[in-house]
Design a protein around this ligand. Sequence first.
Ligand SMILES: [Zn+2]
Ligand SMILES: [Zn+2]
Length: 160
Amino acid sequence: MAARPALPALPLTGGCLCGAVRYRIDARPLAVNACHCLHCQRLSGTDATVSLHLKAEAVSVEGELVRYRRTADSGRQIDAARCAACGTRLFHEPVSVPELVLVAAGTLDDAGWAIPVSHIWLSRSNGSFVPAADALAFQESAPDRQTIWGHFAALYPAAP
Ligand SMILES: [Zn+2]
Ligand SMILES: [Zn+2]
């Protein structure tokens, strides 16, 4: 595969389809992760969700959201936040980790660079989504978040 596009300069911006919800990201993402679990297949309507992991304090949001809370196979609860007007799924918010927010990569104004750096729950995938050669690939969940955050940091070194 060709070299990965560079991480764009901050801030990153994005929003929903109708424009009622807009957000701004003022810190480097910690990960671009694809989850192929069955919940994510339902939520996305396709083989995976692709999400940026962010410190919640780095994400500012304008506009009205509605939330749906689910319990993952791990037993942990997570909210999916959508635009109240058009239903675009923008964020996943882990209830037990309020300092973390997952931003749906396809809602970025420029998502061209956001190629997953890690894939989890590939055992549930139908194989239609082939991980990049330099991405981590797990058949089930990752051992911990630090593993996928560390791989992202290695592929996108911070400017000196
Ligand atoms: Zn909307
Ligand atoms: Zn998932």
